[in-house]
Structure formats: structure tokens, C-alpha cells
Ligand binder design. Structure first.
Ligand code: FES
Ligand SMILES: [Fe+2]
Length: 434
């Protein structure tokens, strides 16, 4: 459990809050490039950390991220006209450039443009995401390159999905290895043929379902790192081997979930406000798995729909919502789908959203499989409190492209800590470094 005051610090991200101040020190996804594809196209709302903002790609190609409400009398610039390298309010025609400068005031006999400035944030487009810095200009931190620097947007899957709960609550689901043995289970796992890969080395993705099902109470081992931590969820396989899922967490909002042989894709949990977040995915399209370890995609063996197997780039729609009880079907549950929900990610959304918009963590009872979640909370809380005491935020500099998840059955004596790192032979092979 968490003390009530710590729960408040952890979950509140508006201007002036401790966590809000911390998050504003990192470049943060504000919207997808795909939402504002064309110069001069329609602006989009981009509420972020409790601030109502609008993003637009000006006719000059520059992206603006500005306050939503016009500084004149507050009409929404979501309805503004994107023209003349500025966004023009349709109420009285005032226009503002990407820096928030008033560049036209046609309703005034004697314009006073120089007296009006609107809130505008610096942005940087990379990997199909428009990143923004919402912190004080004088403490602007370096852009953190998760592998998108110098690469084209077409080299990544960049997508986001709306979640109606607090960002930490949603993120806790992504770094919780124990739940794959329950929430995402289905009885037909028992019918998946044994292909002989339950032995030291890389098993098939299909067999992985079996391992999660076989050992439902994993042991967790955490290694602190410069960016946050990595941890292994350790399970014993039916043949008695040691199977590990290695998940990485990079402060403040990024997770790399385990996959075979290693994973470089990010799940990022970005607060819209304290009761809503975007669940961003940023995944390199190049598979970097020359020997096709793991074989067929994990979901080939499962009866679930997923945003990855279906729609890809852009804003992923929500079909399964609290309003329709996530289309839970008790017949599916009776016939093998543990959760009764057909869509994989919606299974996660059902459990995390149903905790309420901001869960009261004084009510919970944590066990040993919640260790990684506690660690994440602790790192976030120390960083937020530390910043208030003048300490620099963590995880600002380093090689962010070297952060990876991994999954494997260990060789006798093998240390999971090497898996997915630059020293791992499969990583070296995948990047042509052998
Ligand atoms: S409210 Fe925007 S120009 Fe008047
Ligand atoms: Fe999940």
C-alpha cells in the first residue's frame, strides 16, 4: 500500500504539483505526427498534464503546440483556421504563430499585438511522435532519443489509445508480469502442441503461453539501472527449466515489455490529466531477429484481437469500454477465455480502468509479485520529491537505444541480467555487430 499523501504526489500531474514538475522536465509525447499530417491542416486538441493545448502544423511546416483558449476572450483554437503560418481564432480573427506570438489583430483599430503572448511549448518531431517540453525554458533538458533520431517516421509504428484512468495505474499493468498467468489466459493453451522448445535457449512464442500458465506465481528479481530498472519474472517450466521475462522501466513513463528474443518497443503512459492518459506505443518496424527466434507471433496462438495485429499507426479507437462493460461475454469465460473479453489490450484496460480514475492505494494489499510496481512508484516519488529539494531529475542522459526487454529459458548458470543488453549475443547478431 501507499500512504495517502504519497498516492497524491504519485498521481497528480497538473501545473505546480511535484509529479507535474518532474514530468515537465522530460520531452513528452504531445500527439502523433499522423494527427496533423499536412501543413495548413486541421488543428487537434492535445490536452497534456492537465493543460488544454492545441497542436497544428502551420502552412510553413512548423508545428505549434499552444494553449487551446485564445488569449483575447478564450474561444477554442481547436476551431481555429490554420493559415499564413499561424493559427487564427475564428471569433475575432486574432492570429498566433508557433511561438505563441500574436501576428495579426484585425479586429482592433489600433492593434496591440506586442502586448499579447500566448503559452506555446517547444516541440520536436521524431519517430512519428510530436514531443514537447512543458518545463521552464531555463531548465530545458536534452531530447531523449529512444532510437528515432535520424530515422524516418515510416520506420516506426507510432500509435496511441485513450485510457480512462490515471497514468501510473495504467503503467502498472504494463510492468506487471504476474498477470499474464491469469488475465490473459485461455484454456486452449493446453491444446498448443509441445514443439520441444521447453529447454534452455529461446522457446517458441506459442510455448511461452504454456510457461505463463504452468507457473502462475513468478519470482521477481530487480536490477536498478541509470534509467530506472530492469526486472526478471522467473518461472519454472513444465520440464523444470528457468524461464525469464525481462521487463525494463525507464523513468518517468516508459516500459519495455518482455518478448522473444528481446524487445525494443516502448509502451509509454502519458497523462492527459489525472484521470485520463494516452497509452502510446512506439515500435521499430525492423524486426531485427535474423534467425526468427520465437517463430510465429505470440498472438498467432491466441484467440484475441490486438491493436498490433489489427490497426497500426494513429489513434487506436476504443471498442471495448467501461460503458459497454468491455463487451465481456460470460460464455467466452465459460469456454476458456479467462477474462471473458476478446480483445487483448481491452483485458488490461478493463482491470486498470475498473480500479477507478485514481485508485486509492491505501486500500491495496501488495504481495511479492508486486515488487516491480513498488519499485517504480518509489523511483517516481523519490525523483519528484528530489526535484522539489533541488536534485536533478534522473534518466536524462545515456544510451536510450540500449534499453530492452527480453525473454528466454536460461542455460544452467546463465544470469538473466545480460539478456537483451548490448553484450547479449542475440542483440549483437541482430545489429550486425558480430
Ligand atoms: S476570442 Fe479569439 S479573437 Fe476574440
Ligand atoms: Fe496485460
Amino acid at each position: 500500500m501507499l500512504r495517502a499523501d504519497d498516492n497524491e504526489i504519485l498521481t497528480r500531474t497538473g501545473p505546480g504539483t511535484l509529479m507535474g514538475n518532474l514530468l515537465r522536465r522530460y520531452w513528452t509525447p504531445a500527439c502523433l505526427s499522423a494527427e496533423i499530417p499536412d501543413p495548413g491542416g486541421a488543428p487537434v486538441r492535445a490536452r497534456l498534464l492537465g493543460e488544454n493545448l492545441v497542436a497544428f502544423r502551420g502552412t510553413d511546416g512548423r508545428i505549434g503546440l499552444v494553449q487551446e483558449n485564445c488569449p483575447h476572450r478564450g474561444a477554442s483554437l481547436h476551431f481555429g483556421r490554420n493559415e499564413d503560418a499561424a493559427i487564427r481564432c475564428v471569433y475575432h480573427g486574432w492570429a498566433f504563430d508557433a511561438d505563441g506570438r500574436c501576428v495579426d489583430m484585425p479586429s482592433e483599430p489600433v492593434p496591440f499585438c506586442e502586448k499579447v503572448r500566448m503559452r506555446a511549448y517547444p516541440v520536436r518531431e521524431s519517430g512519428g511522435i510530436v514531443w514537447a517540453y512543458l518545463g521552464p525554458r531555463e531548465t530545458m533538458t536534452p531530447f531523449r532519443d529512444f532510437g528515432t533520431g535520424g530515422a524516418g517516421a515510416e520506420e516506426f509504428i507510432a500509435a496511441k489509445q485513450h485510457t480512462t484512468c490515471n497514468w501510473v495505474q495504467s503503467m502498472e499493468g504494463n510492468i506487471d508480469t504476474a498477470h499474464v498467468s491469469h488475465l490473459h489466459q485461455f484454456d486452449q493453451v493446453d491444446d498448443i502442441p509441445d514443439d520441444g522448445s521447453d529447454k534452455p535457449g529461446y522457446p517458441s512464442n506459442a510455448m511461452s503461453w504454456k510457461f505463463w500458465r504452468h507457473d502462475r506465481a513468478p519470482r521477481l528479481d530487480i536490477e536498478d539501472t541509470w534509467y530506472g530498472y530492469r526486472y526478471a519474472g522467473i518461472r519454472t517450466t513444465p520440464n523444470g527449466h528457468t524461464h525469464v521475462r525481462v521487463t525494463a522501466y525507464a523513468l518517468p513513463y516508459s516500459t519495455m515489455v518482455a518478448s522473444i528474443p528481446f524487445s525494443a518497443g516502448h509502451g509509454m503512459f502519458v497523462p492527459i490529466d489525472d484521470e485520463n492518459c494516452w497509452r502510446y506505443i512506439l515500435i521499430p518496424k525492423a524486426r531485427r531477429n535474423p534467425r526468427n527466434l520465437g517463430g510465429e507471433n505470440l498472438f498467432a496462438a491466441a484467440p484475441f484481437s490486438t491493436p498490433i495485429t489489427g490497426r497500426r499507426d494513429g489513434v487506436t479507437p476504443r471498442e471495448y469500454t467501461a460503458g459497454n462493460d468491455y463487451l465481456i461475454d460470460r460464455d467466452y469465460a465459460a469456454h476458456g477465455i479467462f477474462s471473458g473479453v476478446r480483445d487483448f489490450v481491452s483485458q488490461d484496460l478493463m482491470v486498470t480502468e475498473s480500479m477507478g480514475p485514481v485508485y486509492d492505494r491505501t486500500q491495496e494489499h501488495l504481495g511479492s509479485t508486486d515488487k516491480a510496481i513498488s519499485r517504480m512508484r518509489h523511483l517516481l516519488l523519490s525523483a519528484a520529491k528530489g526535484l522539489a529539494e533541488g536534485k536533478e531529475p534522473p534518466a536524462l542522459a545515456g544510451d536510450f537505444t540500449a534499453i530492452r526487454g527480453a525473454e528466454k529459458i536460461l542455460e544452467p548458470g546463465e544470469d538473466w541480467r545480460g539478456l537483451g543488453t548490448d553484450a547479449d549475443p542475440v542483440v549483437r547478431e541482430a545489429f550486425g555487430r558480430e
